[in-house]
Design a protein around this ligand. Structure first.
Ligand code: ADP
Ligand code: MG
Length: 240
């Protein structure tokens, strides 16, 4: 049986005269990976910001398992199980890997720094393939390891719906395979994922379904195979 985790209905965001997100409608099915794709500037990150509550909608409604979350503050949306990564990794460079994840765990669970948060952070680091690297400074890490730490931080709140904003961007081909497997494993443990992504291999191998945006508007929806062969989508990517 499939069930809908998240629904957007007529979701619109204006920045002054610019309509960055225009009457977006889509449903995200539990345990699936939904790709949110489209050219630069098409409104993907803004859509994630609206879902996570970082930005407020100009119109429309967002609901989580049938309950409206549109008006909730970001913190409450996070507490209901939605968490996101940012297009540019936001770690605290002067702190250790473990401290960065603990900071996420403390935020995620409203706890003070303590034993429990530390051991939880260690478990999360193992989960993302960073076992034994908790003592390193973030500045010493390879690029993929900063990505892993960011993921561990986001997982600290045990989100049911993960919003990944170009989390795979910038990885080399072998790192990309590791990143794809990691995302698959998150799906396999029951999480639902919205994946904003440009890497076509990743879209093909990860997404159950895709929504394609161009200039703020949904222009196509379907399996990766369907949307990537859609003439409107190809035209949007070629930019004519
Ligand atoms: P994408 O993630 O698809 O590349 P964005 O959602 O970041 O696109 O941006 C969509 C459009 O909204 C762009 O034209 C961008 O310049 C504009 N935009 C995004 N955030 C803001 C903001 N905070 N203020 C004004 N304009 C913004
Ligand atoms: Mg973006």
């Amino acid at each position: 049986m499939t069930s809908t985790v998240l629904s957007l209905r007529g979701v619109t965001k204006r920045f002054g005269g610019l309509v960055a997100v225009n009457a977006m409608d889509f449903d995200v099915t539990e345990h699936q990976v939904m790709g949110l794709i489209g050219p630069n500037g098409s409104g993907k990150s803004t859509t994630l910001n609206l879902i996570s509550g970082a930005l407020k909608v100009s119109g429309g409604e967002i609901s989580l398992r049938g309950s409206p979350i549109t008006a909730l503050p970001a913190e409450q949306i996070n507490r209901r199980g939605i968490a996101r990564t940012f297009q540019l990794v936001r770690l605290l460079p002067s702190m250790s890997v473990l401290e960065n994840v603990v900071a996420g765990a403390v935020f995620g669970h409203r706890r003070r720094w303590g034993h429990e948060a530390r051991s939880r952070a260690e478990t999360l680091l193992t989960r993302v393939g960073m076992e034994g690297k908790g003592h390193l400074r973030v500045g010493q890490l390879t690029y993929i390891d900063t990505k892993r730490v960011e993921l561990a931080r986001v997982l600290a709140g045990d989100p049911k719906l993960l919003l990944l904003d170009e989390w795979l961007a910038g990885l080399n081909p072998s790192e990309l395979q590791i990143g794809i497997s990691l995302i698959k494993s998150l799906r396999d443990e029951g999480r639902t994922i919205i994946l904003v992504e440009h890497v076509m291999d990743a879209i093909r191998s990860l997404c159950d379904t895709c929504v394609v945006m161009a200039s703020g508007t949904k222009i196509a929806q379907g399996t990766p195979q369907q949307v990537l062969s859609d003439p409107d989508v190809i035209r949007a990517y070629l930019g004519d």
